[in-house]
Design a protein around this ligand. Structure first.
Ligand SMILES: Cc1ncc(COP(=O)(O)O)c(C=O)c1O
Length: 481
């Protein structure tokens, strides 16, 4: 179990949150809207957000590096977006028919990500990946999909496969068999999924060779399911060649990297053109908006003119919801008008993440900080490279929890303490914020070093990180991403 010593300050500072959370727990499992939001000892409750900060119900001002799970690249409560939303509210919150606003939005997204010749909108990244995969199946006439071990593509059955597993299971599972994540996923669905190892092009090719029925390979260009893992060498370019050779639709899931790594997302940053792309988060300006798109011949599978029975079905009452589209359009326009934001935020990312690495090194705590641009994660591990999901299993999650809750007790939120959560910067963060965060983080590293010394702790090996121990840390579900 995590040391209570590390959470003492957090508990003292969050008495009202605890009270409200207990009330919520009587009404909803875990007292939260989503498994990912649950953590021990209990989550805190927000009052409001502003810029780079969350103000909670206990009166704390918390420096936020979780930033709405990465969606709030322009910070909390962006005034320009809020004004667009108010304007749109006056024209009706829900129209149910197409409007010019929708066309303007699609044009703006296409300008940023030209590989999407045609697009469709939906309300969440989960829907976006589900529909993209279905469209790719329809286009190729094949049934299976390939996903990377550890990758998170949302909460539907097809992609909740080999998302996380305990180290013993991973050791047993040499052949990358799909492992359903959590209860309730039919075996029959797992049988339609092929798992490949990220950052290992030979291993990926081998996995694809095992089946001639693969419609699509979906990839998080930066593997963020297990934290942050940057593509090494020319992995993405080789993935492009490999899928093209085998007639497999390459889908970049840019729900997280879109409009973050660059205006044109990871595909611009790494200069690789996928066949299809999914997007969400930043593209919605803080509102529930997502989408998928790609080459015309693929997206034309959705063409209603084919007839109900021949077209690939895609629908949703709230698709292209005008409030969300107004917010998303403003966010995308702001980013298009301010290319300097990317340099600014990436500079802060470098300062924060390289600073964390230096501090851990100075305190002689084995840790590896993996980052790209404004996304980063601290792994408490002796490894000096993290290439794939299995490498992340070497990390000491208890230490991470202790470090995280120590920082949060001092009002800095480095993600959410479920394996795989990571820190994001936004345009509202400042050099001073980063300096302060590093000070707080250093105190937490110092406390970790002290505890390790007292316990004569070695870096726990993979074997010590049993499933039961992890479940005790995170609650039953152990959600990621
Ligand atoms: C890469 C990726 N794909 C899909 C999703 C699912 O998006 P949503 O939470 O909007 O359903 C996420 C969410 O974190 C994600 O990071």
């Amino acid at each position: 179990m995590p040391s209570q010593k590390f959470s003492r300050k957090y508990l003292t500072r969050h008495k009202k949150s605890a009270q409200l959370w207990r009330r919520a727990s009587r009404l909803t499992p875990g007292g939260v809207e989503s498994n990912i939001r649950h953590f021990r000892p209990h989550p805190f409750l927000a009052d409001y957000g502003d810029g780079g900060y969350i103000y909670d119900v206990d009166g704390n001002k918390i420096l936020d590096f979780m930033m709405g799970f990465g969606g709030l690249f322009l910070g909390h409560n962006n005034r320009d977006i809020a004004l667009e939303v108010i304007k749109q509210l006056e024209s009706g919150s829900m129209l149910g028919v197409t409007s010019e606003l929708f066309i303007d939005y699609l044009s703006a997204v296409q300008k940023a990500v030209p590989s999407m010749r045609k697009m469709r909108l939906c309300n969440s990244g989960t829907e976006a990946t589900m529909h993209a995969l279905r469209t790719a199946r329809a286009y190729t006439g094949r049934d299976k999909i390939a996903k990377a071990e550890g990758a998170y593509h949302g909460a539907h059955d097809y992609v909740l496969q080999s998302l996380d597993m305990d180290p013993r299971m991973a050791r047993r599972n040499n052949g990358y068999k799909p492992v359903p994540y959590g209860k309730g996923i039919p075996k029959a669905v797992s049988e339609t999924v092929v798992i490949y190892p990220y950052n290992d092009i030979e291993g990926t090719a081998e996995a694809l060779e095992r089946s001639d029925d693969i419609a699509a390979l979906i990839v998080e260009p930066v593997l963020c399911g297990p934290g942050v893992i940057v593509p090494k060498g020319n992995y993405l370019k080789r993935l492009r060649q490999l899928t093209r050779k085998r007639g497999i639709v390459l889908i970049f899931d840019e729900v997280l990297t879109g409009f973050r790594l660059a205006y044109g997302g990871a595909q611009e940053y790494y200069d690789v053109r996928p066949d299809m792309t999914t997007f969400g988060k930043i593209a919605g300006g803080g509102f529930p908006l997502a989408g998928f798109g790609g080459e015309s011949q693929i997206m034309n599978m959705l063409e209603p003119g084919r007839g109900w029975r021949n077209a690939t079905f895609h629908a949703g009452t709230y698709n292209g919801h005008p409030i969300a589209v107004a917010a998303g359009l403003k966010a995308v326009q702001i980013l298009g008008e301010h290319p300097e934001y990317y340099d600014q935020v990436n500079h802060l990312g470098r300062q924060l993440f390289s600073g964390l690495q230096d501090l851990a090194d100075d305190r002689r705590i084995p840790a590896w900080v993996e980052y790209v641009g404004s996304i980063g994660n601290v792994y408490f591990t002796t490894k000096d490279e993290i290439r794939n999901f299995r490498d992340t299993l070497s990390a000491n999650t208890r230490r991470w929890w202790n470090w995280f809750i120590h920082c949060l007790g001092n009002n800095v939120l480095f993600g959410i303490p479920n394996t795989g959560e990571r820190a994001f910067l936004c345009t509202e963060h400042t050099d001073e914020d980063v300096e302060w965060a590093l000070e707080v983080a250093d105190n937490a590293f110092a406390a970790i070093a002290k505890e390790a010394k007292r316990n004569r702790e070695k870096v726990p090996s993979v074997q010590l990180q049993a499933a039961g121990e992890q479940a005790a840390l995170y609650g039953e579900a152990m959600p990621r991403a």
